[in-house]
Design a binder for this molecule. Structure first.
Ligand code: AMP
Length: 287
C-alpha cells in the first residue's frame, strides 16, 4: 500500500463530531448524510480547508499490542498530535469532574465507555488542539466500535489505518508487565517475553523496556492491567473492535503490520512499511 504523508483535502470536523453523534441510531446512515448536507451547505461555520494538511491516521490493535508506543514515536517523527482516547478517559477519571466515578467503574471492569462520552472527550481534545494550531492526528484507541468508525467517516477523511498485530500469548504478558512513571508519564515494560516457535508458528523474543534510574522508584500500574480485566478487554476487543478492522479493510485503508518483536526489531520495519525510512534519516540529519 502506498502511504502518503500529505493528503489533499481536509474537513475540519471537530465542531460537528458531537452533532454527528446526536444522529438517531435508528436511521443512522440517513442521519449522517443529513448532517453532512447540513455541513456542506455551511449551516455550521466551516473553517477553510488548507491545500495540504498533515496525516490523519488511526492505530488499531488489541490491548497491549503497543499502539501507544508506535503512535507516539510516529507523532514525534511527523509532528502531528498523538491522541489516545484511553488517555483522555484516564484524565477525566482522575479529575474531580462529574463523570469520574462512572468512568472509573467502567474502565476497571474492562468495558467500553459509551460512544457519547468518548466522542465528547475527543471533540474537546481536537478543538483544544485546533485552537493551538495543531493539524492532523494519529488516533490511538479510536474508533473502537463500528458506530464510532461510521461517525468518524461521516465527518472527515482518514488516510491510513495501521493494524498492529502480535501473538495472543504476548498480549497478556505485555499488559501485566506495563509500568508507567507517575512523574513523567514514561511508559515501560518489565516483562521479558520469550515465545518458543512451535507448530509452524515463529518464536518471538521481546526484551523488557526498563525505566531509567530516576523513574524506577516512581513506577505505577494501570488499574485495568490485571489478569482478569485484561482478559475481558481482549474479549471486548474481539467482539466490538475486530469488526472495525474489516470496516477499514473493505475501504482499502487497512495496513496490517505483524510486530516481529520488541521496539528495536519492529520500529525500523514499521517505518519501512510506511515508506518513512528516508523521512526518519532526513529528520535526524536536520535535528
Ligand atoms: P486504552 O488506554 O486504549 O486501553 O483505553 C482504556 C479504557 O478507556 C478502555 O478499556 C475503555 O474503557 C476506555 N476507552 C478508550 N477508548 C475508547 C473508545 N474509543 N470507546 C470506548 N471506550 C474507550
Amino acid at each position: 500500500m502506498a502511504v502518503s504523508l500529505r493528503a489533499s483535502r481536509r474537513i475540519p470536523f471537530y465542531s460537528f463530531l458531537s452533532r454527528a453523534l446526536s444522529c438517531s441510531s435508528l436511521n443512522f446512515e440517513a442521519d449522517i448524510k443529513s448532517t453532512l448536507f447540513f455541513v456542506h451547505n455551511k449551516a455550521l461555520p466551516l473553517r477553510p480547508e488548507p491545500k495540504d494538511r498533515n496525516v490523519q491516521w488511526v492505530f488499531l490493535g488489541c490491548p497491549g499490542v503497543g499502539k501507544g508506543t508506535y503512535a507516539s514515536r510516529l507523532s514525534n517523527l511527523l509532528g502531528v498530535p498523538h491522541i489516545a482516547t484511553g488517555d483522555l478517559v484516564r484524565e477525566e477519571l482522575n479529575s474531580s469532574g462529574p463523570l469520574a466515578s462512572q468512568l472509573k467503574e467502567i474502565v476497571n471492569q474492562g468495558q467500553l465507555v459509551s460512544d457519547e462520552i468518548i466522542i465528547n472527550l475527543l471533540s474537546k481534545r481536537l478543538e483544544a488542539g485546533e485552537a493551538k494550531g495543531e493539524s492532523g492526528f494519529i488516533l490511538d484507541g479510536f474508533p473502537r466500535t463500528i458506530r464510532q468508525a461510521e461517525i468518524l467517516e461521516g465527518v472527515t477523511d482518514i488516510d491510513l489505518v495501521v493494524n498492529l498485530k502480535l501473538q495472543e500469548e504476548a498480549l497478556l504478558a505485555k499488559c501485566l508487565g506495563r509500568r508507567i512513571c507517575s512523574e513523567c508519564g514514561g511508559n515501560y515494560n518489565v516483562a521479558s517475553i520469550d515465545i518458543k516457535g512451535e507448530n509452524g508458528k515463529p518464536g518471538m523474543y521481546m526484551a523488557p523496556l526498563l525505566p531509567p534510574p530516576h523513574c524506577a522508584s516512581k513506577l505505577i500500574q494501570r488499574s485495568d492491567d490485571t489478569e482478569v480485566v485484561v482478559k475481558e478487554r481482549l474479549r471486548i476487543y474481539n467482539e466490538m473492535s475486530r469488526p472495525v478492522e474489516e470496516f477499514y479493510h473493505q475501504r482499502g485503508k487497512l495496513l496490517e503490520f505483524n510486530l516481529p518483536g520488541g521496539i528495536p526489531e519492529s520500529w525500523p520495519k514499521l517505518l519501512e512499511a510506511l515508506n518513512l525510512e528516508d523521512y526518519e534519516v532526513k529528520q535526524s540529519a536536520a535535528a
